[in-house]
Design a protein around this ligand. Sequence first.
Ligand SMILES: C[S@@+](CC[C@H](N)C(=O)[O-])C[C@H]1O[C@@H](n2cnc3c(N)ncnc32)[C@H](O)[C@@H]1O
Length: 358
Amino acid sequence: MRPEICYTIPAESPAMKRTLNTTINRSKNEKNDEHYTQLADIENEVRHYRDQFRGKTVLCNCDDPRCSNFFKYFTRSFEILGLKRVIATCYKSQDVDLFTQKSCEKAVYQIYDGDANGNREVDDEEIAVKELEGDGSFDSPECLRLLDEADIVVTNPPFSRFIDFLTLLINRGKKFLILGNNLHATTKEIFPFFQSNQVWLGYYYGNMNFIVPDHYRLEGNRAWVDEKGQKWHSLGNIVWYTNLEVKKRHEPLTLFKKYDPAVNFKYFNYDAIDCNRYTDIPMDYFGEIGVPITYLCHHNPDQFELVGTALQLADMQKVKDRMGRCDGGRRFYREEGSRIVRMFDRIVIRRKDGNHAS
Ligand SMILES: C[S@@+](CC[C@H](N)C(=O)[O-])C[C@H]1O[C@@H](n2cnc3c(N)ncnc32)[C@H](O)[C@@H]1O
C-alpha cells in the first residue's frame, strides 16, 4: 500500500498558503500592482535609518508624486533627514490617478531641493515638474539616468516586477529600502542575494493596510471599503528589503532549547532537522536546520550561514521513488508513520560558530 501524502502548514500565517506565483499572476492579470502605502508605515520604518539619509539624494521611482506618500514623506522630512534632493518618477500606464481619478497621460518626474524660500513648508514652486519622454518605467533609459543620480531608492515597487526591480538596484550598486512580500525572499533570483549579504530585511514584518483603486476587486476578509468609500486591502508577510545598516542583524539570537529528535525530526528528502520557529533553534545542534522564512527577519550573518532553500535543496527523486509521483514544487517531506508529510517552505541554516553552544 502506498503511503498517504498529506500537507502541513506549520506555524506560518494563513496568508502564506497562497503561492507566490498565484499572487504574481493575480497582480499581472488584474493590475493589482496599485497598492498605495500609508504615510505612517513609511515613517515607522525610515526612522530607524535617519542618520544614513544625511546628504543623500532619495529616489522614489514607482511613485506618482501627486499622490505618493513616499514623495510626501521625504519632501516633508527633507530638513530633519538632512537630504540633498528628492526625486519621484511616475509610471504612465497607471490606470487612474488615485486622488484626482484622472488618467495619468504623461509620465513625469518631480525634483525637490529643499525649502528655498525658508517658510518651512513644501511649496508648489519649490518642486520642479518635468515630463519624461517615455513611459516612466523604472528600467527605462531616462529613469536609469535618475537612478544613477540617486543614492538611496525608497519605494513600494509593483509586486509583479519585484524581482527585476531588486535585481536592478543591486546590479547598479544602489542603497535601497523597498517594501515587498517575504515570499519573494526564497525565489531563486533573490535568495542568493541574501546568501551573499547584498540584501537583508528591515525592521517591520507583518500585515500592512494599503489603499487600492476603485477598480480593485474586493475578495475575502482582507479587503474592505471604509466609511468614505475608499477601498483598502490588507496584505500579510510584508517586509522591507534593504541594504542599509540594520542594528538587529548584528545581535545574536539567544538560543536556549536543546536538540530533541522527537520535535526536531529529520526530513525524509534532505539531511537537515526541522525547527518550526526561530526561537526554538537548538543551541546544541551544529548540522543543517530547516526554519520558516520568517527566520530571515532575525538572521545574524555572523551567527548563521544561509545554506539554501527547500526549493534548491529538496531531493524530489526520493519522494517520487517512494510515492510514485510528487505533486507541487520542491519541498521538504517528513515521515510520520506510514504517511509522508509535505512541509511548508523552509530555509536551511547552519551555525557559523563551530561546535560551541552560545
Ligand atoms: C505597489 S504600487 C505602490 C505605489 C507607491 N509606490 C506607493 O507605495 O504608494 C506600485 C506602483 O508602481 C507602478 N508601476 C508599475 N509598473 C511600473 C514600472 N515598470 N515602473 C515604475 N512604476 C511602475 C504602478 O503603477 C503602481 O503605482
